[in-house]
Design a protein around this ligand. Structure first.
Ligand code: 3PG
Ligand code: MG
Length: 347
């Protein structure tokens, strides 16, 4: 484990904090402040322990051109952060990706960020899989420490990689199996059951790229087209009408998956079972989310869409850990070293 901010000598120091404040915006306002709230404990700790200045930096989106600057400015994020934590010693730097050096892990940009600061704290778990100036290079310039969220994420996700209580059930959904192949192989290979839903179930049915057998849907909610109001009916997987698409797992599958999940002692869930943004195709995802919540298990939900589902259903507090990382949580569970973590001296 990287050394904790709790062990740092903070009194009278100026601290640069890298947080992951890459949040969704809607009409120029923060649409979901989960990541901002998750960054508060570390900032509060630094202020409580007498830091004279705390400068927070983060990327937002993937700005490409000059015109993207208005769209990806951190101002709305800063407004929300100040509502949650009003302290004059706190400041928010501009989107790190406005500097072309950031994504190249440019040491000159890292020196610019470090300039005037005494310490660096990385709390950006969601960006820890990126070797960028603000997550990696800067950790070699200032004395570096891990923030509380980063440590919490490593501990909670890391538990899945150690000895787990069984049955250990992994539920994977979403669109592309390629994106999840590594985690399915690494973590799924250690699970007792692997349940596949979402669009990737079709791919796996045609050809299972994994080295072990998985559970697949037996029925789907089939739709005449990819549209919210498309004609739809429940169909067995071998009798989906010609040209129709499966937009959710069917009720029989939802019940079977729910029963398996409910009896699990350890659960990792990544990716929705269907197009849950459309209520007619949300039942499968909802059934899985409810089973995860009901299970008397150590349960972890990671990855943007399943996290959104569990939050929208109001079930987040019945899950052991809801990760703030998408790609970062998958890479960690693939067994990869995260550059943002590796750059911090060990405890
Ligand atoms: C995320 O939201 O996945 C992280 O903030 C990383 O963003 P990125 O994929 O643009 O590097
Ligand atoms: Mg991402």
């Amino acid at each position: 484990m990287p050394r904790s901010v709790e062990t740092a000598e903070v009194e009278g120091k100026k601290v640069l904090v890298r947080a992951d404040l890459n949040v969704p915006l809607e009409n120029g306002e923060v649409a979901d402040d989960t990541r901002i709230r998750a960054a508060i404990p570390t900032l509060q700790l630094l202020l409580d322990r007498g830091a004279t200045a705390v400068s927070v930096c983060s990327h937002l989106g993937r700005p490409k051109s000059e015109e993207d600057r208005a769209k990806y400015a951190l101002a709305p994020v800063e407004r929300r952060l100040r509502e949650l934590l009003g302290d004059d010693r706190l400041s928010v730097l501009e989107n790190t990706r406005f500097n072309a050096g950031e994504t190249k892990n440019d040491p000159d940009f890292a020196r610019e960020l470090a300039d005037g600061n005494d310490l660096y704290v990385n709390d950006a778990f969601g960006s820890a899989h990126r070797a960028h100036s603000s997550t990696e290079a800067v950790a070699h310039i200032l004395p570096a420490y891990a923030g509380l969220l980063l440590l919490d994420e490593l501990e909670h996700l890391g538990r899945l990689l150690g000895e787990v209580e069984r049955p250990f059930v992994l539920v994977a959904g979403g669109a592309k199996v390629e994106d999840k192949l590594a985690v399915l192989e690494h973590l799924g290979g250690r699970a007792d059951r692997v349940l596949i839903g979402g669009k990737m179930a079709e791919e796996v049915r045609d050809h299972n790229p994994l080295s072990y057998p998985v559970e697949l849907p037996s029925d789907v909610v089939a739709a005449s087209s990819f549209a919210e109001d498309a004609e739809a009916e429940v169909a067995a997987v071998d009798s989906i009408p010609e040209g129709w698409l499966g937009l959710d797992i069917g009720p029989e599958t939802a019940e079977r998956y729910g029963a398996i999940v409910e009896k699990a002692k350890t659960i990792f869930w990544n990716g929705p079972m269907g197009v849950f943004e459309w209520s007619r195709f949300a039942a499968g995802t909802k059934a899985v989310a409810e089973a995860v919540a009901r299970a008397d298990a150590y349960s972890v939900v990671g990855g943007g869409d399943s996290v959104r589902a569990i939050q929208e259903l109001g079930l987040a507090d019945r899950v052991s850990w809801v990760s703030t990382g998408g790609g970062a949580s998958l890479e960690l569970l693939e067994g990869k070293e995260l550059p943002g973590v590796a750059a911090i001296p060990e405890a």
